[in-house]
Design a protein around this ligand. Structure first.
Ligand SMILES: [Zn+2]
Length: 206
């Protein structure tokens, strides 16, 4: 998460469908994890309630290779969202993943069009899962010299972190609790409100 104090306490937009929250699985595991159709096996993004090929409504969540090619990028210079307006310009781009899906991602410094990138699922400051692309080869670019987002804009690891969930009772929350503890979180607790501190990650479940 952003550690600097130059910004107000505004957070990124938090609206997500319950289906899209399934991406949290990948954020907790540290892998790109996407829907896979039970009937035809299609990998799809964005998350949907029906398969784009066969209209089946049942999916598993499958860890997949995050490799791909950055097809296009754009630099956002104007936003009505207070969180982004404080941080402009902000880079996003379209990645063609090797599983034949297109992914709209936040772009970390060093990502270049037509070059290989790796897409991860990370957790933003609203406790929501977001797709983040990084260069295949570690960049030597100084982050403060280039547009955001920078690496510390997102949580990329649960190791040693205390996870705060605003709902711990649903089957999905119970699944996340097991994933969090398996992947290095120090503890999981219930918290109805709040922002995570540097050692805490607050996850919105609804
Ligand atoms: Zn299908």
């Amino acid at each position: 998460m952003t550690k600097t104090s130059q910004f107000n306490a505004v957070q990124p937009p938090a609206a997500r469908s319950s289906t899209a929250l399934g991406l949290l699985r990948g954020a907790f595991c540290g892998n790109l994890t996407l829907q896979s159709c039970i009937d035809c096996g299609e990998i799809q993004y964005p998350p949907s309630d029906a398969c784009r090929i066969c209209l089946c409504g049942e999916f598993s969540w499958k860890p997949v290779d995050g490799s791909g090619i950055l097809l296009a990028e754009t630099l956002i210079r104007v936003s009505n969202e207070p969180y982004f307006s404080e941080r402009l310009p902000w880079r996003i781009g379209m990645v063609r993943n090797i599983n034949d899906v297109s992914l709209v991602c936040h772009l970390l410094p060093g990502c270049s069009v037509d070059q290989k990138v790796i897409v991860d699922i990370r957790i933003d400051e609203s406790g929501r899962p977001v797709l983040v692309a990084r260069p295949e080869i570690e960049s030597r670019v100084h982050e403060t010299d280039v547009p955001r987002p920078w690496g510390n804009e997102f949580n990329s690891s649960l190791v040693g972190k205390k996870i705060l969930l605003d709902d711990i009772n649903s089957p999905f929350a119970q699944e996340l609790i097991q994933l969090a503890l398996t992947h290095g979180a120090s503890s999981v607790a219930s918290a109805k409100h709040g922002r995570g501190t540097n050692d805490e990650i607050f996850i919105r479940m609804n």
